[in-house]
Write a protein that binds this ligand. Structure first.
Ligand SMILES: Cc1cc2nc3c(=O)[nH]c(=O)nc-3n(C[C@H](O)[C@H](O)[C@H](O)COP(=O)(O)OP(=O)(O)OC[C@H]3O[C@@H](n4cnc5c(N)ncnc54)[C@H](O)[C@@H]3O)c2cc1C
Length: 372
């Protein structure tokens, strides 16, 4: 893979450049354009993209160490890498020629594609309340979305709406909506607990006219579009949890070595060593589960169960590890001076991203029950 930045240099971008810029990002909740451009220059947005679209064509096994490195820094960094290396996939699988032509622009950062499923007033999948009604050569789309990552800067939005009222598997249709579509309102007043700079927003549209050529995939294929990169994304998200948990451990170890109470560093105390050992073994277990799912994926096997299992374990793991790291830090960890304060908040987003922990349990249970 020619042109791929070395892993150490890549990590440095997230742990030094991003980290340095983060206080301002946290204050404004905006990712500076210059940093977005730098991320593109470092190659963040083209790691897994096929070579014919201007990408490096990395397989998932090669990609994971890069994403894990990104996840050690502020949440915005790993979100950039995780999302951009996922959203080109439905464009390639389902897009027409014009839609596929957007992919090389994602690589350079000129195009940003947001994925829009979640609704404040509707459930996911068949329970979506957004409606798309055919009107000659166009569609009239009405409804709302919220929690849409990078909606602040996205040039295109993969928007899923119900194209009939049957509430069936094939009742959803996907569209690739351009940002400047008349009637498309993007309200970036939604601010999250952590991962600042990720530009979450409310979207509103009432009778928004979208030409049929902007449909992504066939009529009724919306659920398929939405699920098309879910397994891949679960693995990708799981390694982000491993990376952030590793950072939480690294912070705990550094703190424990330096913090002296009653004449000795707390790292010499058995209670603290217990926390460190538990964090380490949890992270190792998560890394192996993710690696296992990725290996099956790379070999072309069915990795749905392995990806769901890795995600379920990792989202609980990152919660437990960040809890323990905060405890090792003592009261200092609860202050804005400590990196763990941000890491702890960033970690909580994983409970919901791309499906909640509770829903993930249902997915895993379904696999187990089907097999036994
Ligand atoms: C950082 C972050 C980034 C995100 N980015 C995006 C994005 O880019 N695009 C996008 O579309 N969405 C995005 N989301 C939204 C995310 O996908 C949803 O929050 C998630 O899928 C849960 O949906 P909900 O918030 O509507 O929860 P709800 O469905 O309201 O769930 C509330 C609670 O009820 C439980 N519950 C709900 N239904 C059931 C059921 N049938 N059975 C059992 N329990 C149930 C849930 O597990 C949860 O505990 C993002 C969220 C976060 C936190």
């Amino acid at each position: 893979m020619s042109g791929v930045v070395e892993l150490d240099a890549f990590r440095k971008f997230f742990l030094e450049d991003m980290e340095k810029a983060y206080p301002e990002i946290e204050r404004t909740d905006i990712l500076p354009e210059a940093l977005h451009r730098r991320a593109a220059d470092v190659g963040c947005y083209r790691l897994t993209m096929p070579v014919e679209y201007g990408g490096y064509g990395m397989g998932i096994m090669a990609f994971l160490p890069y994403l894990e490195a990104a996840a050690e820094g502020p949440g915005i960094g790993r979100m950039l890498v995780h999302l951009t290396n996922g959203t080109w996939q439905p464009l390639r699988m389902f897009g027409n020629e014009a839609q596929r032509a957007i992919i090389p622009k994602i690589a350079t950062g000129k195009a940003v594609v947001a994925f829009c499923l979640t609704e404040k007033t509707g459930g996911t999948g068949r329970d979506l309340k957004s409606r798309a009604i055919r009107d000659g050569d166009a569609w009239r789309i009405s409804g709302e979305k919220h929690l849409i990552t990078f909606a602040d800067r996205a040039t295109h939005f993969i928007l899923v709406a119900a194209s009939d009222t049957k509430g069936a598997k094939d009742s959803l249709t996907a569209f690739l909506v351009k940002r400047d579509t008349p009637g498309f309102e993007i309200d970036a007043s939604q601010h999250t607990m952590g991962m600042h700079g990720t530009g979450h927003a409310f979207l509103r549209y009432e009778n928004m006219e979208v030409a049929d050529e902007y449909r992504l995939g066939e009529v009724g294929q919306g659920l398929e579009v939405a699920l098309s990169f879910l397994d891949y994304s679960r693995v990708s998200l799981s390694i982000c949890m491993v990376g952030l948990a590793q950072r939480a451990l690294d912070e705990a170890v550094a703190f424990a070595r330096n913090r002296v109470t009653f004449g000795r560093p707390i790292s010499t105390r058995q209670a603290i060593q217990g926390h460190i050992a538990n964090m380490h073994s949890e992270i190792e277990a998560g890394r192996h589960l993710v690696g296992h799912a990725a290996r099956i994926c790379e070999d072309g096997g069915d990795y749905t169960a392995a990806a769901a299992t890795a995600k379920l374990f990792c989202l609980n793991m990152v919660g437990r590890v960040t809890d323990l790291s905060l405890r090792v830090h003592g009261g200092f960890g609860y202050t804005k001076e400590a990196a763990i304060e941000r890491i702890y908040r960033d970690a909580r987003g994983f409970w919901f991203e791309e499906g909640t922990a509770e829903i993930q349990e249902l997915v895993v249970a379904r696999h187990v029950l089907a097999e036994n």
